[in-house]
Design a protein around this ligand. Structure first.
Ligand code: NAP
Length: 250
């Protein structure tokens, strides 16, 4: 039955940035679809743990440093026995005029949003090969994988690159039954856009451009996240799926 293909029963998912926002929404969706979820966060994912109960395990790790990568895989395997799905969701943004942008604001964003995304994907893909299982990798991209944005040069660079490596990794790993895809959220009401939503003029301009006429919510991403993690998307490879209320269509 087609709906059975969307189920994630028996699957184990690693989701980074599990304490809030889009990552928390994805953790909930995966647990509801039947998966065990290993949430990675630098602050404890207390609320998510309360929501998911025994289906959730929290690894505390700062993803700005690659040294945490082996321990994330090891803890997931120790707790739930295997890994089937990785969602590279954790990400940061720094807003400043490009003319004044600092090296620190450049490096800190690229480290979390791109470098760790690549090396965590590599570590998970090695695990998939060891398991002889195939698997699913889903990167969280952005509208700024397609557009330049304003005052966010390191973020735009990182998210354009996330779309790029999604295609690179697809080209190399699809033959192993590893699907690498991305989701590009539109303008979503989370901590990431707090500053933007607080700016009346920018916020009004953005809202006026969204065909759906509203900011997105974490729930809006859940369908795409389950689809790309499930057998229903086994022949979807290297694609960045926009969930944006029509923003890119304008
Ligand atoms: P958010 O509420 O700010 O969540 C970001 C998550 O990443 C938080 O869990 C955060 O943990 C975690 N994180 C950041 N740096 C980390 C680090 N060094 N180590 C471990 N975890 C770290 O924003 P969000 O909107 O849910 O963002 C999720 C993803 O969607 C990001 O990749 C973002 O770029 C992307 N995105 C968001 C939008 C939007 O409109 N909101 C649009 C397009 C793309 P802490 O809470 O501890 O900081």
């Amino acid at each position: 039955m087609i709906l059975d293909k969307f189920r994630l029963d028996g699957k184990v998912a690693i989701v980074t940035g599990s304490n809030t926002g889009l990552g928390q929404g994805i953790c909930r969706a995966y647990a509801e679809a039947g998966a065990k979820v290993v949430g990675v966060s630098r602050r404890p994912s207390t609320e998510t743990a309360e929501m998911l109960g025994e289906n959730f395990y929290n690894v505390i790790a700062d993803l700005s440093d690659l040294k945490v990568v082996p321990s994330i895989i090891a803890q997931a395997v120790e707790k739930f026995g295997r890994v089937d799905i990785l969602v590279n969701n954790a990400g940061i943004i720094k807003r400043c005029d490009s003319i004044d942008f600092t090296e620190e604001d450049w490096d800190s964003v690229l480290d979390v949003n791109l470098k760790t995304v690549f090396f965590l994907s590599q570590a998970v893909a090695r695990r998939f090969l060891q398991q002889k299982s195939g698997g699913k990798i889903i990167n969280i991209a952005s509208m700024l994988s397609y557009q330049g944005g304003i005052r966010v040069p390191s973020y735009a660079a990182s998210k354009s690159a996330v779309k790029g490596i999604t295609m690179t990794l697809c080209n190399e790993w699809a033959k192993y039954g590893i699907n690498v895809n991305a989701i590009a959220p539109g303008y979503m009401a989370t901590n990431n856009t707090e500053q933007l939503r607080a700016d009346g003029e920018r916020s009004g301009d953005i809202l006026a451009r969204i065909p759906a006429g509203r900011w997105g919510q974490p729930e809006d991403l859940q369908g795409a996240a389950v689809f790309l993690a499930s057998a229903a998307s086994d022949y979807v490879n290297g694609f960045t799926l926009a969930v944006d209320g029509g923003w890119l269509a304008r």
